[in-house]
Write a protein that binds this ligand. Structure first.
Ligand code: FAD
Length: 451
């Protein structure tokens, strides 16, 4: 690997490097940019992804480009910003160098915001026969799978095959699994119901399996009860205390019972790869780095870890959840520390202020005009909760074009019960004879593909 550490074409010293252009990384970059601070922003993808709306791409409501924006465009207003499209493969904290596949970058301050990836708890077989929902690739593959499942059900010659093809199992009842389950229910019952004649998509079975004894673990019991009632009312089955032991191409095994299902979606866990090894730092069993209260790595005051990659405790000693709001506030906090250090001397000037998360509440979308929300201690459900959820998500989208397009798309699909992007293509635009499974995947997705 060529070593260009400290090369003359790099940003002027002191150099701040941010790894990851997700919620935490972009927030840090924006804060540094506004303060006139030079930085290098490295990401393996050329786009920032709004993950909370991934399930809407997977269920044909939104297009990829509506929830993804080029990183360059997001920071182009800051002349001192430098964007690098490359994958970080190592960090050498002793030499203060970040190594990417192509070259190396020296840093004075490092903000690591690399997020998390789907975890299968070390069981590769679970990964092989299930669909994840963490990246744009995942969402497009899942969309393909869902639409193809109904196409194949239309052609099925026996009832058992038809039923299995129209059965969708979601493993994990966190907000992602719950949101995706309702979205598939509504795609089947509202949109696809009018598209097919030989089958009735309203008969599709949507089943959530959760190993814990509750859905939406961590949320208030009343909140959970309301969400469960809405899910059941919409025809989403829930089984808690249900541990999935095996997944294959035709279904799942749960507590010794076999459930036939053509599509299994895995949203049961995440993990943080590599960082603990690279930094030689302590991590929890999910790989999240145990940071100090100012979000720096113990013994490395020049390195911040933020967002899903960091294990940060709240005032009650419980880990903060993996949420966009947490990531954004942490990214902003790390950037403020960097700016303070610049203005007040290296790592000085009060730059090690403890991080405090300002919790404004949480929301779980539950389909058409429905959600549950808790905002500053006030609980909402149904339409009012959905309005708050929709407004928040539109507000937090990257730019006005996307805000307007998404708002219009939602209004249109709510008014007509139709979703727009039910076109079945693979990434090369070639029609596939049968659904691809995870084992057959590869390559990267173009977020601008208007499929
Ligand atoms: C389906 C889904 C729904 C969700 N819904 C909600 C919701 O409703 N509300 C909510 O608050 N949160 C939600 N979340 C969680 C939220 O999206 C995350 O908490 C948030 O994205 C974390 O931000 P981050 O910046 O830490 O990581 P990410 O946003 O994941 O960004 C990490 C970035 O780092 C880059 N990266 C990783 N490794 C490398 C490397 N080695 N080299 C270079 N670049 C690298 C990645 O490409 C990525 O761009 C949802 C998540 C998912 C998956």
């Amino acid at each position: 690997m060529a070593d260009h550490t400290g090369g003359s074409d790099m940003a002027p010293s002191p150099t701040t490097v941010i790894v990851g252009a997700g919620f935490a990384g972009i927030e840090a970059a924006e804060a540094l940019g506004r303060a006139g601070h030079a930085f290098i922003l490295i990401d393996q993808r050329n786009y920032h992804l709004f993950q909370p709306l991934l399930y809407q791409v997977a269920t044909s409501t939104l297009q990829p480009a509506e929830i993804a924006a080029p990183v360059r465009a997001l920071v182009s207003r800051y002349p001192q910003a430098r964007v690098i499209l490359d994958r970080v493969v190592n960090i050498d904290p002793a030499r203060r160098v970040v190594e990417t596949e192509a070259r190396s970058f020296a840093y004075d301050r490092l903000i690591l915001a690399t997020g998390a990836r789907t975890s299968y708890f070390g069981d590769d077989a679970l990964a092989e026969h299930s669909f994840a929902l963490k990246s744009l690739d995942d969402a497009l593959h899942l969309r393909h799978q869902i639409l193809m499942a109904f196409e194949r059900a239309e052609m099925a010659e026996d009832e058992d095959t038809r039923k299995a093809l129209m059965s969708f199992v979601l493993v994990g009842a966190g907000p992602n699994g719950v949101g995706a389950a309702v979205a598939i229910r509504e795609l089947a019952s509202r949109t696809l119901a009018r598209d097919f004649n030989a089958i009735d998509p309203r008969q599709a079975r949507i089943l959530i399996l959760e190993a814990a004894d509750t859905i939406l673990p961590g949320l208030a019991p009343e909140f959970i009860e309301e969400a469960a009632a809405i899910l059941e009312n919409k025809g989403v089955e829930i089984r808690t205390g249900a541990k999935v032991s095996a997944i294959d191409a035709d279904g799942v095994t749960v507590d010794g019972e076999r459930i036939a299902a053509g599509t299994t979606i895995w949203t049961a866990g995440v993990e943080v790869p590599d960082l603990a090894d690279w930094l030689d730092a302590e991590a929890d069993k999910k790989g999240r780095i145990k940071v100090c209260d100012d979000l720096t790595v113990p013994g490395r005051p020049e390195i911040h870890v933020v967002g899903d990659a960091a294990l940060v405790m709240d005032g009650d000693g419980k880990p903060l959840p993996g949420l966009a709001a947490v990531a954004k506030q942490e990214g902003r906090h790390a950037a403020a520390a960097v700016i303070t250090a610049r203005d007040g001397g290296p790592h000085g000037g009060g730059s090690h202020r403890p991080f405090r998360y300002a919790d404004y509440g949480h929301m779980v979308p539950l389909g058409r005009f429905s959600a549950v929300a808790e905002i500053k201690g006030r609980r909402l459900k149904g339409l009012p909760a959905w309005v708050v959820w929709a407004a928040a998500h539109i507000f937090f989208l990257m730019d006005w074009r996307r805000r307007l397009v998404v708002a219009f798309t939602w209004l249109w699909s709510l008014a007509t019960s139709r979703t727009g992007s039910r076109i079945i293509i693979n990434r090369q635009g070639v029609e596939l004879p049968a659904p691809t499974r995870k084992a057959e995947r590869g390559g990267t997705t173009d977020p601008d593909a208007e499929a």
